[in-house]
Design a protein around this ligand. Sequence first.
Ligand SMILES: [Zn+2]
Length: 377
Amino acid sequence: MDGSFKIGRLFGIPVLIHFTFLLIIPLFAWVIGSDIEFTVEMVRNVFHVSIDDRYILSGFIPYFLGATVAIGLFIGVFIHELAHSLIALRSGIRIDSITLLFFGGVAAIEEQEPDPGTELVMALAGPLTSLAIGLISGVLVYVVHRFVDSSAEAGVLIYIFGYLAILNILLFAFNLLPAFPMDGGRVLRAYLATRMPLHKATSIASSVGKGFAVLFGLVGLILFSPILILIAFFIYIGAGQESMVTRYNFLLKDVTVGQIMSRPVVEVPPRMPLSEVLSLMYQTKHLGFPVTELGHLVGIITLTDLARTPVLDRDAMQVRDVMSRDVVVLPPHAPVMDALRIMTRQDIGRIPVMAEEKIIGIVTKSDIFTVIELREV
Ligand SMILES: [Zn+2]
C-alpha cells in the first residue's frame, strides 16, 4: 500500500508500517491525555475497581499514559495480524507483507483464491486473538488490584491494562462487522463462497463493504470524527481493489502468457544509440524492447529509462548505459495472472516470454487489459 515503509521481517514476512499508524500515536497521546479523567472513570465503571489516580492525573503523566496505551494497542493490532498470517502460512498460503494501519492491519496475501474453509479460519484468527488479548488484559486488572497494594503505582497499571482490555475487545467487535475487506467481511465472503463462485461472493461482500464504508463516512461527518472517515476511506478502496483482483483472477483463469503474447519481438542490441531507440519506438509503437547480444537476453530498455536521460545525451549514450539488467522472464505456460501480479508489484509494463533460452514473445500490461476487456464481454 502506498505510504508504507518496511520496519522488519517476522517469520519471513516483511512488516510494513503505514504513515497513518505513526500519526496516531501523538494524536492518541493528546486525545487520551487531555481528558484522562474520562477514561479513568470508564475503566473504574467497566471493571468495578478502585483506582488510585494520584500519579495518573499529575503533570504530563496523562500524555505519557496516552502514548503508552497507543503503543500497547498497536502491539495488539500487530499480534492480531500475525495470527492471520500464521494461519495462512500453516495452510500453505504465501503472505506478501503485513501492513499496519492505524485501525488494524492488512496482510497482503499472495494467493488470492483461498478456499472458503481456509479463509474462514484465517479471518477469525485475528479477531479471536484481539479478544484473547482483551481478556488477558482484563484479568491483569484484577491481578494487580488483588495482589498489589492499592498504591498510586498500582493505579497506573490498572488504568493501562483496563483501557487496553476495553480497546482490544472493541477491536474484536469492530473487525467482525461484515465490512469487507475487514475480517467480518471475509467471514461473510467465505460463507457466500460455499454457495456460489468466489468472484460472485467477493462482489457481493465488497458491495456490502462499500455500503458500510459509506455509512461510516456519513457517521464520521456527522460526529466530526476524522478517524471514522479515514476508516471508511480505507474500507471503500480495499473493497474495490479486492473485488477487482478476484474478478481478474476469474477472467484470466486458464489463460497463459503464451496465448496472449505479442510476436515477433523487436529486439535491440546493447550498443544502439538512445536516439535510434526512440525512433524505433515511434515506428513500432512499442514502448520497451528486450536487449539481446548474440542471441542472449542481457537487459530491457523502456521509455522510462529513456526519459531519465537528458535529451542532449541521447546521441552519445547507448542502450547498455541505461537499460535494466535484471529482467523478469516467464515461460509460455505461466498463467497471465502471475504476469499481472509481477507487473503490479514491481511496477513494470512488459515481460519477455522465454522458451529454451530464446525470446519467443513479449507480454505487456496493455495486452493483459485488452484480454480482460474481451473476456468481460
Ligand atoms: Zn484482522
